[in-house]
Design a binder for this molecule. Structure first.
Ligand code: NAD
Ligand code: DAU
Length: 336
């Protein structure tokens, strides 16, 4: 089987490439990534010389490049490539629409031209909007995105659905909750707070810190996508989540406790505009139909993640260079 994985130098994409090469060493993976600020070839160092992994630097909005790549005998496209950070989408929405909507359409056209066997769109629970104190997101929950990021992901999802309904393209959409684990860019909550705590810097908690996210260890997300590729019924949506709802304050306090740092480092800052209050995924369909089961509890996953960041300080210190500092100056300008 030959897979085209887009965004495979990012956090989840690189974990997925490593996971698939370990689970299916005979599969060929073409990994295409534009290497934006979030793409990092260091994540793929261990498979640099793997005979079944090829890296191509290209943009998913480049129709000619995508058509050529898919035309080289690709069976399955897995689309991870995206602008993924909500706060950045509030500062600069345009690139989110370009990559997440237009990029998806370009890939769908390439997939359609070459009669691929499966197109998997890696999406997010954020397209469902926000929950109140009770209830969970199911695959039939209406879409109600609240940020430019989630609106652009919903736009991509709608195109995937339309290419199935109109052209019969064999597609699946997966909608996963918040991932954490190795290689996550330190702009996202967990790696940001680990790096701040280690530097004894203030930990910026938005608003009252009682917003809830539903956390899933990245390898468990990868195993679910593997099952969707092989067993997903065409045209279906699959929700992925591990029933691990936690408030942001709980996450931050857990990190401080595990690193033996004081809670006085917690600093409440101005809230994120349009900040979704609570996410919670109902993964019943994925579990019962595909036989998926997450392997990591939150307690073991967060411990492994903190250990990884402690052991790989060079990886994230290198990232926290010029462009990262510029972004932070802008972000804090907005919040403080
Ligand atoms: P990430 O930002 O770490 O990685 C995105 C990757 O896409 C980077 O390597 C980047 O270089 C690449 N990319 C961006 N624009 C591109 C373009 N125009 N052409 C080619 N490559 C491009 O993101 P992530 O957290 O790994 O998320 C991956 C996917 O999973 C996204 O589609 C995201 O919406 C989805 N998702 C993420 C989470 C999460 O918690 N991180 C949860 C659910 C779904
Ligand atoms: O739910 C899936 C989504 O999870 C993915 O689709 C996104 O790509 C991914 O970035 C993530 O979005 P969130 O907005 O939930 O993740 P983030 O890590 O940015 O924030 C998590 C929570 O922590 C959120 O409630 C905002 C809060 N937060 C975040 C940062 C960066 C803070 O309080 N302080 C911070 O500095």
């Amino acid at each position: 089987m030959k897979l085209l994985v887009t965004g495979g130098a990012g956090f989840i994409g690189s974990n997925f490439v490593l996971y698939m090469l370990s689970q299916h060493p005979d599969y060929k993976i073409v990994n295409v990534d534009a290497l934006t600020y979030a793409g990092n070839l260091e994540n793929l160092k261990s498979v640099e010389k793997h005979s079944n992994h090829t890296f191509v630097k290209a943009d998913i909005t480049d129709a000619k490049a995508m058509n050529e790549l898919v035309g080289q005998g690709v069976d399955v496209v897995v689309n991870f490539a995206a602008e993924s950070h909500v706060d950045r989408s509030i500062l600069e929405p345009d690139v989110f629409v370009k990559t997440n909507v237009l990029g998806t359409q370009v890939l769908l056209d390439a997939a359609r031209s070459h009669n691929i066997k499966k197109f998997v769109q890696v999406s997010t629970d954020e397209v469902y909007g926000t929950l109140g104190e009770t209830g969970l997101f199911s695959e039939t929950t209406p879409l109600a995105p609240n940020s430019p990021y989630s609106a652009s992901k919903a736009g991509g999802d709608m195109l995937v659905r339309a290419y199935h309904e109109t052209f019969g393209l064999p597609v699946n959409i997966t909608r996963c909750s918040n991932n954490y684990g190795p290689y996550q860019f330190p702009e996202k909550l967990i790696p940001l707070m680990i790096s701040k705590a280690l530097a004894d810097e203030p930990l910026p908690v938005y608003g009252d810190g009682l917003n809830i996210r539903d956390w899933l260890y990245v390898e468990d997300h990868c195993s679910a996508i593997d099952l969707v590729i092989h067993q997903g019924r065409n045209g279906e949506v699959y929700n992925i989540g591990g029933n691990n709802e936690r408030t942001n304050l709980h996450i931050v306090k857990t990190i401080l406790h595990k690193l033996s740092k004081p809670e006085t480092l917690i600093t409440h800052v101005k809230d994120r505009p349009g900040h979704d209050r609570r996410y919670g995924i109902d993964p019943t369909k994925t579990m019962t139909e595909l036989g998926w089961k997450p392997q990591h509890s939150f307690e073991t996953g967060i411990g492994e993640t903190i250990s990884w960041y402690l052991d790989n300080k060079e990886w994230w210190s290198r990232i926290q260079s010029g462009a990262y500092q510029e972004y932070y100056a802008k972000q804090y300008g907005e919040r403080l």
